[in-house]
Design a protein around this ligand. Structure first.
Ligand code: UDP
Length: 334
């Protein structure tokens, strides 16, 4: 099979590429390296057994000709290319909306033209300010005010969902929609806000851990390999098109507890520093206080079950960040 992965040099995309290469498939990656990195896929490219089956295009998904050729060539498409990370979105508001809305429309248009099955990655952000748990695919969507620009990301991802559903209805496009909850693991950078790589780096450097707000906000974290298993199983499922699926873990933890677990796991001398939101982010930021998925639907459909617990996830991230630091002793990794 030929698999196209947009955003394939990114954190999740590169793990997905690895999975399909290991299975014997050909993988085509398109990535503009805005948040992805060649270092994520270089080891795959050099791999003696499957490196020759990986084809990398450094380009934007907005480039019609490149996307036309790649979509025509491949059998299935995973669309992961997007502006990601709260810090990135707030710094690049227009670019983020453009890539997340026009970019996704381009991918869907071409998949419809060539009749290729496509899986798009939306986000748990679309659940907005809900405080209840668990969040179910059929819940109403409630964002905050438009003065809080964080919600532009959620709005753009929701637009992607509706565009995919519209193609499904009007063209019969086999589009599968996933809402990814916080995904973590090796290769994730803390540069754009992601809490676990950030706090792990701080702990390894024995610097104070920056916990925003009062630290009582919660998240659930899922290991990237578990998420990738869910994505590939959905792609292989003949009964998933035109539907939305949460993908995430169910072990809820406050960010304060997370920081303590990280200090323990790294045997760090760091302390925890509570930083008010207005000092941590631009003032047009608003946090989500709670975010726990219901994974009933995807469990019922494909038997999805995350198997990696938080301690194991933390160990993997710590090992990865340690290796990175040893390789680049003078460089800040977050
Ligand atoms: N966070 C934090 N310190 C950091 C980075 C993030 O306390 O250095 C918090 C952030 O405010 C949020 C949670 O950790 O409540 C998860 O943030 P992240 O950006 O990883 O993901 P998202 O907000 O998209 O869930």
């Amino acid at each position: 099979m030929r698999v196209l992965i947009t955003g394939g040099a990114g954190f999740i995309g590169s793990h997905l590429a690895e999975t399909y290469l290991e299975r014997g498939d050909e993988v085509y990656v398109i990535d503009d390296l805005s948040t992805g990195a060649l270092s994520n896929i270089e080891p795959l490219r050099r791999h003696p057994r499957y490196g020759h089956r990986l084809f990398v295009h450094i380009d934007t998904i907005l480039n019609h000709d490149t996307m036309l050729e790649l979509t025509g060539t491949c059998d299935v498409v995973f669309h992961l290319a997007a502006a990601v990370g709260v810090q990135y979105i707030l710094k690049n508001p227009l670019k983020s909306i453009r890539i997340n809305v026009a970019g996704t429309e381009k991918v869907l248009e071409l998949c419809a033209k060539f009749k290729k099955r496509v899986l798009i990655t939306s986000s748990s952000e679309v659940y907005g300010k809900h405080l209840h748990a668990p969040l179910v695919e059929t819940d109403n969507i409630i964002y905050g005010p438009s003065s809080k620009f964080r919600w532009s990301y959620a709005a753009s991802k929701l637009m992607d969902e509706f565009t995919a559903l519209a193609y499904f209805r009007t063209n019969g496009l086999e589009a599968i929609i996933t809402r990814l909850f916080n995904t973590v693991g090796p290769r994730q950078t803390g540069a754009y806000g992601m809490v676990i790589p950030r706090l792990v780096c701080q702990a390894l450097n024995h610097e104070p851990l920056t916990v925003y707000g009062d630290g009582m906000q919660t998240r659930t974290f899922t290991f990237v390999k578990d998420v990738v298993d869910g994505l590939s199983a959905l792609m292989a499922c003949d009964d998933a098109a035109g539907e939305v699926f949460n993908i995430g873990g169910t072990e809820e933890i406050t960010i304060l507890d997370l920081a303590e677990r990280i200090i323990q796991a790294t045997e760090s001398r760091s302390s925890i520093q509570l930083i008010p939101y207005e000092k941590a982010y631009a003032k047009d930021f608003e946090d989500m206080q709670r975010r726990v998925p219901s994974i009933r639907k995807i469990q019922d459909r494909i038997g999805f079950q995350p198997v990696t617990d938080l301690d194991t996830i933390l160990r993997q991230v710590i090992d990865f960040q340690r290796t990175l630091m040893n390789r680049q002793p003078d460089k800040e990794t977050t």
